[in-house]
Write a protein that binds this ligand. Structure first.
Ligand code: SF4
Ligand code: SF4
Length: 299
């Protein structure tokens, strides 16, 4: 069973308990304006370019069949409108200034790679987190990974936006130890405006999931001006109470993701956003009603 991933991170410590391997599947049906991994959004391999690594050697000019690269006076320019994502320039670039994001991998080889770190999981209470992109966008591939991890006896988290088909999501129940479920904006119009989709499927999938398992942690990215206002956070707490969900991780804004937009040749549309102060984060934690454990997780 093959599928596209864009990264595998070993020794991750912010994507679940203990030391974990995080498998990032490529492609996402949402289009959040603040997305911290713009290279994750497309479903197919995609050329990344980091200007600061470029030595101006011109190897990419020779390699590209589309004449997408120009090097003049040691200055490199990439014309993305010509690019057909063949990857030849990335293979030729010895400085890693060019890189393809998105590799076709076999599920069992990914699990073998992750299982090689078993000793670290066992010593730290860790395991593997299947993330993205959106794992439910490649449901059979993600499920195969989860099944194989389960067979290996490795603690497994599925991190999902919930934007998928319930019939797919419920298949993970026997194989996943914990669900990390993102909630971003409760209001339907604002959700559509800033993520590109309505929240109804996400919310109904969470309702269904909460009837089947208690092993759910809500994850909420706090994006200044988009998701971090009190009314929105309170709506999420209310929804959690309705579903009898007890745990939420509040994820403070991390400005470092803006740099990734240059890699894919896109502008970061929210512009400069101020990171939340500790005081502001604590006030959102304190809004949590009795019975809901809210904590700030800094990545
Ligand atoms: S091959 Fe790499 S280092 Fe050389 S000019 Fe192209 S992008 Fe720059
Ligand atoms: S990925 Fe292929 S088409 Fe695109 S710039 Fe590189 S060599 Fe040219």
């Amino acid at each position: 069973m093959d599928g596209f991933i864009f990264d595998i991170d070993h020794f991750a410590t912010h994507d679940g308990p203990g030391i974990r391997t995080v498998i990032f599947l490529k492609g996402c049906p949402l289009n959040c304006v603040w997305c911290h991994s713009p290279e994750s959004q497309g479903f197919m391999p995609e050329l990344l370019y980091t200007a600061s690594k470029c030595a101006g050697c011109g190897a990419c000019v020779e390699a590209c069949p589309q004449q997408a690269h120009v090097v003049s006076q040691n200055t490199h320019k990439l014309n993305r409108s010509r690019c057909e994502q063949c990857g030849a320039c990335a293979a030729a670039c010895t400085r890693s200034a060019l890189k393809m994001s998105g590799t076709l991998r076999d599920a069992s080889s990914i699990v073998s790679q992750a299982a090689a770190y078993r000793v670290f999981y066992e010593q730290s209470g860790g395991g593997v987190t299947i993330s993205g992109g959106e794992p439910l966008a490649q449901p059979a591939f993600a499920l195969e990974i989860a099944k194989n991890l389960h067979l290996e006896g490795i603690h497994t988290i599925l991190e999902t936006s919930g934007m998928g088909i319930w019939a797919d999501l419920k298949k993970f129940l026997p194989y996943v130890d914990l669900f990390y479920y993102d909630l971003k904006i409760f209001d339907a119009c604002r959700h559509l405006q800033y993520t590109g989709v309505l929240p109804d499927i996400i919310q109904s999938n969470l309702e269904n999931l909460s009837r089947q398992t208690r092993q759910i942690v809500i994850r909420m990215p706090l994006i200044p001006g988009y998701t971090d206002h009190e009314e929105n956070v309170e709506e999420v707490y209310r929804f959690m109470r309705k579903l009898d969900l007890r745990q939420i991780h509040l994820l403070p804004y991390n400005a470092s993701s803006q740099a990734k937009y240059a890699w894919v040749g896109r502008d970061y549309s929210p512009g400069h956003l101020e990171q939340q102060t500790q005081k502001a984060l604590q006030s959102l934690v304190l809004l949590a009603p009795k019975g809901i454990e809210a904590s700030v997780i800094t990545g």
